[in-house]
Design a protein around this ligand. Structure first.
Ligand SMILES: Cc1cc2nc3c(=O)[nH]c(=O)nc-3n(C[C@H](O)[C@H](O)[C@H](O)COP(=O)(O)OP(=O)(O)OC[C@H]3O[C@@H](n4cnc5c(N)ncnc54)[C@H](O)[C@@H]3O)c2cc1C
Ligand code: FES
Ligand code: FES
Length: 1329
């Protein structure tokens, strides 16, 4: 998001603090802001229901909009208000995207700009995240800064656990989280950073320096950090300690009332709603209007907390954070037996989204929402919580039982009733309670199954008196397993209960939410855990009970999932002794944009201030996968306020054909080929109106047969081009020689890029000769320029494309950004006005495609020793509805299909499937991770079949220096074996393997797995002409240098590295060099910033440009050898010598041919090895990443901080790919997973608890600038070590339950989600459902 300027920008940027105060002003809402002495009012919106991020009232662009649904935390701000009930000022974090502006009545809002600035002084939080390398693209950074600031505001000396909790609601797609945690750890009172002076062996700074090889663990120096001084924080504005006033605005009324009576007076009117969230979300995503919103936040009875005889009573409007804090205090103070239920609720709240949400979401709202997957309602129901319900003149108290939710999203409340309070009971002696929640990932707040379970024993006996078993996620409402409970009460035996269960908790095969087997198994697993927990609490472990002897190896099944404090070690080779202090190459220089990013000052595309007559564009897309367009009716859209025009194919002056292979359309003509295919666009005055107008466009279709999956495509022979093939040796002979042959099928799901900044373009007409300027979030300025020129039918020289920075790209903005840019350019052409479009997250995910899913059919022949003699793999990828880069992706897959192994007889084929999904595209790794995962799949099966340790089989087959690959390239400078040996040693692989075996013997329901995996990644564009780059250097007479090159900055630190290269080449400090942007009028015809090769190409071009300048300055240096850079520059100028120069670089020609399987292909290879250990919970499918050790060869690192950041960021993105991220489509090809609530990327809690990364020392690479190596993509695949460690753990689980497993080899497709892990751990429960 960006808060737009309205003439006050100057003022606010000076102010330390932005305050919000809403008042009714002539049917508009006024927003108060300014310094306390210099207050100003500004009318910001007539739409009182819009959220903070939807309007841009104060010209501050720091707070970002990345999802709009409370799931990413990029919009985190601090709210402060005077709490009349507590009689004190309270500060709490909130998601600005969910906060209706009216809710800011008497609330002070502090955004990231309010706490520090590069112009004055950075706040310590901002300084530490920047200097600890915790900001790459920076789009998540302001939100993370505010979450941390918020914590420190309330708790200046937090624990590490509190820091992790505070960040639970924030996502980052670039950094891999480690550097952020390490930077913030310096605030922690435990495990806090001692700067390497303490005794703690786990301290990040306390790793021993290896004197012989000058390895350093210090990526930053905490001694440089400013101390935190809580007395310096902005105060709460006294003006806001005043009474309230109701608001009224466009189409919606906001009632902020102080008495329950007043709420009741309006509650019975239609379509009212209680608090902030769902109105906002439903208005945004479901196009709903709520004419009246009642805000109960100020009613004392609805917000009070009372400790009673039987339990603690919470007013229905109490935020969940208040419930959490109160229960935590109670648990600390009350006897344990009284707090069983409280601890269950706290366990659910522990995994309940972030602090931002818990601070504002009310307990009553959660109950009345009546979500079938609520994780609190089963707990309340099982505990027998009491609800007080009032209406005018009546008041009743009921127990929440199985009748409370009579249907889907229904409660017993009448339309005129409101929930006043909920009383959560104390537990009694002999009463036990457990709560469970299982989601896709541990920190995923959308559960699959939730449960609350309670048992009460007759005093002093094992006789059950009461039993309650309640579930969410098993029906269209929260349910209670009544029949089972009755059976259990009569029989009192675990086995009876499990059998009753099976019958009672049925799910139809097509039940919403899918995962039927998993969900049913979970219900049994939860009960079993509850059963064991109760026995344990009764002291019955290792004793005989009615259900049999309890094995002590079952005990760990009762342990709750714990987050252990993270530890990390990062090692890199220091610069050689004697390297000049001014020579910054090889040093961990922080990303040059990091400080600005941390202060919210960095400018992203949508932060560019609005132009005076600017219009908004919204795409209109197909809802059908394959259909004829029968009609487009825009009549309703035209009635929407602010409507300007509808754009369709008929408005295109140039060509509607676009895309790399001219097989795409700007707007669909007559036929659509995927859900999300762009049919047209509406242009209006504001984004809100554009959204309404787009939704009002009516399109009728005639459906045609659609192909969705790879299997469909194979069946219907639906492919792009012909089969690609690489073949070497004699396959038939190889298979004949083999002692063993294994064949199988393996599927790898796709991946959404999930860059935090969605696609964005602003296009501005220049008024002359059709000139147009575009500001675009793209990795590909050249194609953007070319495609826009093509659609408009103008020469490229009239189109200027400018890119300042991207909020992440990962390949997703290499070609797909042009979908938006071409439409926006067309709108400018048609209207003559500047036009802006930033996709919402759901649109972005729907339209722009991602990583290709792959299906592989493989057959591998090998000897008893594990040596491979023959391999055949047929690869299929799901390319979607256009070719885009899919053929190149498949080629890359074939080039990496043997991974790091020498295979004498090999054949790989590739088919690119044409389907009716949105076109898939480039994504970090570009086909190689899929192919290498397939390779490790058959490799792991060879090891199991031969009964040999997997690491031994991998090592046995590994290439050696000088070997030829399957595409006949000689491996030179082969450092992989060094990486392997170092990783094996540093991870203490063999010792840990024995420990794991011991752990697995001692634990029946928790298993650990270990795996070490190598990677080899070829560096080059396979298309020869793309391996070129240009640079432009301008030297000004004050000695400052403006540098431009062909690459775009998307967080990967390319600009920082280019400045380092120029600094060394010119021998001037980095402070004299500046890169402003990437643009088509400075460096033309640039290759996309992709293939990990941008530093190699652009770095060499920058170097060449610097050499030209140096050559021109040489005579002046000779004349004045003791002079300074500035002296020589000015002398050259005065001698009329040109001080601008271009540089150009062309890499060696690619001559590889598929026909002959020969020729030069890759410039060199990057290598790395990772060893990972995981622990799985066999009953739930949860897994913990315990430890990862990586050794990565990045040549002579240009910047170890950036390189380690790339290694970790890529690894964590790979971890998402292989274990978490799952795109789900309807059978009709419509994407279900369109935001962070349904699509799970790694969070702070996902990363390995112990994360050790070292850069291979002494490995200069003679093929790239200053002996460095490419690093962006190669490490991603190393996350396969986690996938196969999980598989290793599942093997151990299956071995334990041999009776239920007939085969040793089993299929585990990627990603290894909890569902797949649970289902693969075949045991008695899994076989019962
Ligand atoms: C990002 C995100 C993460 C989430 N994570 C979880 C999670 O992990 N587990 C989970 O269970 N839920 C989760 N939720 C759901 C969340 O808990 C509820 O949306 C929230 O508690 C609702 O509170 P609210 O105060 O905003 O209610 P509102 O949205 O204002 O109200 C919800 C409904 O309840 C009615 N209502 C509210 N108060 C009263 C009252 N006193 N009397 C009568 N009717 C009333 C309203 O009219 C409305 O219909 C999540 C939601 C989001 C957006
Ligand atoms: S933008 Fe608000 S949480 Fe994502
Ligand atoms: S730095 Fe966190 S999303 Fe890019």
């Amino acid at each position: 998001m960006a808060w737009r300027p309205a003439g006050l920008r100057e003022k606010q940027q000076q102010s330390l603090h932005v305050s919000g105060k809403v008042a009714a002003v002539a049917s508009r809402i006024a927003y108060y802001l300014g310094t306390f002495t210099n207050a100003k009012y500004q009318i910001i919106s007539s739409n009182i229901s819009c959220s903070l991020t939807h309007e841009h009232p104060v010209g501050l662009s720091g707070t970002k909009l990345a999802c709009g649904e409370g799931g990413c935390g990029a919009c985190t701000v601090m709210f402060s208000k005077y709490d009349h009930l507590q009689n004190k000022i309270v500060h709490f974090p909130a998601n600005a995207c969910l906060a209706p502006i009216c809710s800011l009545h008497h609330v002070s809002v502090t955004t990231v700009e309010g706490i520090g600035s590069t112009k004055t002084r950075l706040h310590p939080v901002q300084e530490r995240i920047a200097k600890s390398h915790g900001s790459q693209c920076g789009f998540c950074t302001p939100g993370i800064v505010m979450s941390m600031y918020m914590l420190l505001r309330n708790q200046p000396e937090p624990t590490m656990e509190e820091i992790e909790d505070a960040l639970q609601g924030n996502l980052c797609r670039c950094t891999g989280y480690r550097p952020i945690l390490q930077g913030f750890r310096t605030f922690a009172r435990d495990g806090g950073c001692c700067g390497g002076k303490g005794d703690n062996p786990n301290c990040c700074m306390n790793q021993k320096k290896d004197q012989t090889v000058t390895l350093s663990p210090s990526l930053f120096n905490p001694e440089e950090f400013m101390p935190l001084d809580p007395t310096q924080e902005p105060i709460f504005p006294p003006e806001l300690l005043v009474g309230d006033a109701p608001g009224r605005g466009w189409a919606v009324r906001w009632a902020q009332v102080r008495m329950p009576g007043a709420a009741l007076g309006i509650k019975d009117r239609p379509a009212t709603s209680g608090f902030h969230f769902f109105p906002g979300i439903e208005m945004k995503f479901k196009n709903k209007l709520f004419p009246l919103i009642v805000c109960p936040a100020w009613i004392p009875e609805l917000n009070s907390v009372e400790h009673g005889e039987e339990g603690i009573s919470f007013g229905a409007s109490c935020p969940l954070s208040c419930v959490e804090k109160t229960l935590l205090d109670a648990v600390a103070q009350l006897p344990t037996h009284k707090t069983e239920v409280f601890r269950g609720i706290l366990e659910q709240l522990r995994w309940f989204s972030g602090k931002q949400l818990k601070s504002v979401a009310s307990v009553g709202g959660n109950i009345i929402t009546a979500s079938p997957i609520s994780d609190l309602n089963p707990v309340f129901m099982a505990s027998g919580a009491k609800l007080t319900i009032v209406s005018r003149g009546t008041r009743r108290t009921i127990r929440m039982d199985h009748t409370f939710f009579p249907g889907y999203r229904k409660t017993l409340l009448g339309p005129e009733e409101i929930l006043l309070a909920i009383e959560i009971p104390y537990s009694r002696e002999g009463e036990f309670f457990s709560a469970f929640k299982q989601s896709s990932g541990r920190e995923d707040y959308i559960p699959k199954v939730t449960s609350g379970m309670r048992v009460l024993f007759q005093p002093g006996t094992a006789q059950i008196k009461e039993l309650a078993l309640c579930y969410g996620g098993m029906a269209d409402r929260t349910i209670s397993a009544l029949k089972t409970t009755r059976k259990q009460l009569s029989k009192s035996c675990c086995r009876t209960c499990v059998q009753a269960w099976q019958e009672e908790l049925q799910l139809a095969p097509d039940a919403p939410g899918g995962m039927i087997e998993f969900r049913r198994t979970l219900t049994l697993s939860f009960f079993f855990k509850f059963y064991l927990t109760v026995l344990q609490k009764l002291g019955k472990v290792d004793s005989e009970d009615k259900c049999g002897k309890l094995d002590p190896t079952f005990a760990s099944a009762t342990l709750l999932f714990q987050k252990d404090p993270p530890t990390n070690v990062q090692l890199f080779q220091e610069v050689p002794k004697g390297q000049s202090e001014d020579d910054i190459v090889g040093r961990p220089l922080p990303h040059l944009g990091a400080a600005m990013q941390a202060c919210g000052e960095a400018v992203y595309c949508d932060d560019i201030p609005h132009y005076q007559n600017e219009l908004s564009l919204r795409l209109v897309t197909s809802t059908r996968a394959h259909a004829k367009i029968k009609s487009i009716d825009t009549s309703e859209a035209q009635k929407v306020q602010g409507f300007v025009c509808f754009l369709s194919v008929d408005d295109i002056p140039g060509s509607n054909k676009t895309g790399y292979f001219n097989d795409e359309t700007v707007f669909a003509k007559d036929e659509v080929t995927c859900v999300g295919h762009i049919i047209g666009a509406v242009v209006t005055d504001t984004p809100e109106h554009a959204q309404r107008a787009a939704q009002a466009v009516k399109i009728t279709y005639e459906d045609l047969p659609a192909i969705i999956t790879i299997e469909d495509a194979i069946k219907h022979n639906s492919f792009y081009g012909s089969e690609l093939k690489i073949e070497k040796g004699d396959l038939q002979k190889g298979f004949l020689e083999a002692d063993n042959i294994v064949s199988g099928e393996f599927y790898i799901g796709g991946q959404e890029h999930f860059y935090l900044e969605t696609h964005c373009t602003i296009a501005v007409p220049k008024g002359e000769a059709g000139e147009m300027e575009l500001f675009v979030s793209t990795e590909n300025t050249m194609k953007t320029q070319a495609f826009v020129a093509n659609v408009l039918g103008v020469p490229a020289n009239q189109i200027l494309v400018r890119v300042k920075r991207l909020g992440g790209g990962f390949g997703g903005k290499e070609t797909r950004s042009t979908l938006v840019s071409t439409a926006v350019a067309l709108a400018v052409y048609k209207t003559g006005c500047p036009v802006r479009c930033m996709l919402d997250r759901d649109e972005d995910m729907l339209i722009t495609g991602g990583r290709h899913p792959f299906l592989a059919r493989y057959k591998v022949g090998f000897m008893k020793t594990g040596r491979i003699v023959a391999l055949e793999v047929n690869h299929y990828s799901n390319a979607g509805n256009t070719l885009d880069l899919s053929e190149a992706v498949m080629q890359a897959a074939l080039f990496h299909m043997e991974s790091c192994y020498k295979i004498p007889n090999i054949r790989g084929t590739g088919r690119v499937c044409k389907t009716n999904l949105p076109s898939n595209t480039a994504f970090r790794g570009f086909g190689a991770p899929q192919a290498m995962l397939i390779a490790e799949q058959w490799m792991s099966e060879i090891a199991v079949t031969c009964g040999l340790p997997a690491e031994e089989v991998r090592r046995k087959n590994m290439y050696k220096e000088g070997d030829l690959t399957h595409f006949n390239q000689k491996l030179e400078g082969f450092t992989l074996t060094r990486c392997w040996d170092e990783c094996l040693a540093s991870s203490q692989y063999h010792a840990r393997k024995s420990e794991i075996d011991k752990f697995n013997k001692e634990n029946c329901w928790k298993k650990r797995g270990l795996c070490i995996v190598p990677t080899k990644f070829g560096i080059n564009f396979a298309i020869s002409f793309l391996n070129q780059a240009g640079a432009l250097i301008l030297v000004y007479t004050d000695g400052s240098v403006l540098l431009t090159h062909g690459g775009t900055e998307m967080g990967q630190g390319l600009h920082t590295k280019m400045v380092q290269v120029a600094s060394r080449a010119l021998k001037i400090p980095t402070s004299k060099i500046y890169i402003s942007e990437t643009s088509t009028n400075t460096v033309p015809n640039t290759s996309p910033t992709a293939a990990s090769i941008s530093t190699d190409l652009n770095g060499q071009a920058v170097y060449e440009a610097c050499q030209t300048i140096l050559k021109r300055l040489e005579p002046f240096k000779r004349k004045n050898p003791s002079g300074s850079w500035e002296d020589w520059v000015i002398a050259a100028y005065q001698d009329a010598v040109s001080l601008s120069a271009t540089g150009f670089y062309k890499a060696p020609e690619v001559t590889y041919s598929f026909e002959t399987n020969s020729g030069y292909l890759f410039n060199y290879f990057s290598y790395g090895v990772a060893c990972s250990e995981v622990e799985i919970d066999c009953l739930t499918g949860d897994h913990k990443n315990l430890r990862t050790d990586i050794v990565m060869d990045v040549g002579s690192s240009l910047n170890p901080a950036i390189d380690i950041g790339q290694v970790e960021g890529a690894f964590v993105q790979g971890l998402g790919l292989f274990t978490l991220e799952e795109l789900q489509y309807s059978p009709e090809g419509s994407l279900y997973t369109r935001g962070p609530s349904t699509y799970k990327i790694p969070t702070f809690g996902s990363i390995p608890i112990e994360f050790r990364v070292s850069l291979l020392r002494d490995s200069p690479n003679k093929k790239a600038i200053y002996a460095s190596k490419a690093v962006g993509e190669p490490p991603l695949f190393l996350a396969a070590s986690i996938f196969f460690a999980i598989k290793d753990a599942i093997h151990a689980a299956r071995a334990q339950h041999k009776d239920y497993n007939r085969k040793e080899l089993f299929r585990l497709d990627s990603p290894a989600t909890q569902e797949k892990i649970r289902n693969a751990c075949m045991d008695k429960f899994a076989t019962m459902v």
